[in-house]
Design a protein around this ligand. Structure first.
Ligand code: ADP
Ligand code: MG
Length: 243
């Protein structure tokens, strides 16, 4: 039941948004470098992320977690294999289509927060809405809602440098949710936080997946956070470990 959609230059095969798993990855390969010096970061990885779930991706440093998240998020291209996000096959999209997918359907959260230092918390959360030219009043309303969702209603006017690490990551989560993404991708979101703050941030992600009809794929090697996931995938040297 494939159908064609206009994706600004490319065509995409759709399961249809709302149908099938949120993410489907099939036989994914990605190497860096060539010949004897090649690093095989992913060696034929396949899995699915069901809609509405929080899926954790574990594995020691260097096992391929970031490589995999970047591919699923359309930030990098695979050597081989297929990725479908919300029914859209990434390989079928032209650069514009990928850009729109990242902007409209995926929210990213990084270990280092990635906030703009000269903007207030509210302005940071509003950036994705500005990029989509959301009218000012609607934008301000949504920013207020998002900041209270992450427990920072009172910090709206503070800049990142005036916030704790945990608060900065909450702002980053609010920003990632601004455009109502279907999929949240978080790469070691608690990696720079102490254990207690990290747990609180993971609990926030857990809550958001329950209440905001979003699906999340979260890389972490913190064992105490894995218990909050609906399922855990483990990478070992570029291969998915089956449990
Ligand atoms: P993780 O996020 O689990 O720590 P990565 O995906 O960052 O793992 O890395 C997987 C492997 O690929 C590692 O051996 C790493 O050194 C290598 N790698 C990652 N990015 C690059 C790159 N841009 N160039 C060369 N090697 C890379
Ligand atoms: Mg990494």
């Amino acid at each position: 039941m494939a159908e064609t959609v206009d994706t600004s230059g490319g065509t995409a095969l759709l399961d249809g948004p709302g149908a099938g798993p949120m993410v489907r990855v099939e036989d994914l390969h990605r190497s860096y470098g060539t010949g004897a010096a090649a690093v095989h970061a992913l060696r034929g990885v396949s899995f699915e992320v069901p809609r509405g779930e929080l899926v954790a991706l574990k594995g020691r440093s260097g096992s391929g977690k970031t490589t995999l998240l970047n591919l699923v998020g359309g930030l990098d291209a695979a050597d081989r294999g297929r990725i479908t996000v919300d029914g859209v096959e990434l390989g079928s999209l032209a650069e514009n289509g990928l850009l729109e997918l990242r902007r409209d359907r995926i929210g990213f959260v990084f270990q280092s927060f990635g906030l703009i230092p000269v903007l207030s918390a509210a302005e940071n959360v509003g950036v994705p809405l500005r990029l989509r030219r959301t009218p000012a009043r609607e934008r301000e309303e949504r920013v207020r809602l998002l900041l209270s969702l992450v427990g920072l209603a009172d910090q709206a006017d503070q800049r990142p440098g005036e916030l704790s690490g945990g608060q900065q990551q909450r702002v980053a989560i609010a920003r990632a949710l601004a455009n109502r993404p279907a999929l949240l991708i978080a790469d070691e979101p608690t990696g720079q936080l102490d254990a207690e703050t990290g747990l609180a941030v993971m609990e926030l992600l857990r809550a958001v997946v329950r209440t905001e009809s979003v699906t999340a794929l979260v890389a972490t090697h913190d064992p105490q956070l894995l218990g909050l996931a609906d399922r855990v995938l483990e990478l070992n040297d570029g291969d998915l470990v089956t449990h």
